[in-house]
Design a protein around this ligand. Sequence first.
Ligand code: BJW
Ligand code: ZN
Length: 259
Amino acid sequence: AQPDIATVPEEVLSLARAARHVAVFSGAGISAESGVPTFREVQTGLWERFSAQDLATPEAFEDDPGLVHTWYRWRAALIQQVAPNPGHRALARWQRQLTERGGSLSIATQNVDDLHERAGAEVLAHLHGSITAHRCAECEAPVELPAPQYDGAAAPAQPEDPPQCTVCGEGLIRPGVVWFGEALPMPAFEAAAAAMQSADLILVVGTSGLVQPAASLPLLGMERGTPLVEINPEPTELSDAMHHRLRGPAGELLPALVQ
Ligand code: BJW
Ligand code: ZN
């Protein structure tokens, strides 16, 4: 037997082979093996004293726009410097295979990175926005910023102020992401809900399942009895609701699942 196949039970392999419409709900853990830190990891450099949860808020941006802006620019630089991993690539491959056979694989991600896309997959829903999109915090005008100049490997020594909006002349430019207390983009949320409700297999990959309302999306499959499979090295808030729990890194388990 091939060693990597042994980590996925036969029952789950046969679910994967039989599935025509797969829905994937992904979180920071799928990008961890690419070198993008998850939200519950301890931060370094300028952000040492802050948790990611504290920085991802409108209040943090109001209190210290430079700190939050620089954090996002540094993360954008890091994301730009890293590459998709075998987990992202396995999903992209499976999406192509299913689409060719008249099926589908829908990805609803909480991640603001573009690593699914760079692996060749189409993403149905970016539930928490995108780190490369920007808009005015006051008038909401969309703005394009040049690619960040930081070295993503090292945190910048000094915070840098965000640019000012040239449309209204008042607001500061903020990242096009969803912070705590903000509403998720409705079209993305609805598309993800529809994909979960029509799937015949749901994969929950690399998420702690702590952040609502996104974390409730895969549970929509329970109404139809759709098999739910979790891929995560650790138990999560969603684990109890899963029919199968595959404990290990997504970069190894996803390629083993997609034959
Ligand atoms: C691996 C791995 C490997 C490691 N392979 N796996 C009760 C009910 C409903 C809501 C609330 C509630 N209490 C509070 C709320 C509100 C709040 C919330 O949920 N708070 C909780 C913390 C309790 N939610 C909100 O505020 C949301 N908005 C909202 O509710 O709006 C209401 C409203 C309606 C109408 C009008 C106005 C308002 C918004 C939530 C926005 C979340 N935003 C962030 C930041 C995005 C930008 C950025 O990137 O900076 O989204 S926070 C952060 O958490 C980010 C993530 O997408 C999200 C989820 O995190 P994720 O992806 O699960 O990562 P981690 O780090 O938590 O977990 C990583 C996992 O990977 C771990 O399990 C590891 O084991 C695993 N792993 N290596 C596989 N190799
Ligand atoms: Zn403006």
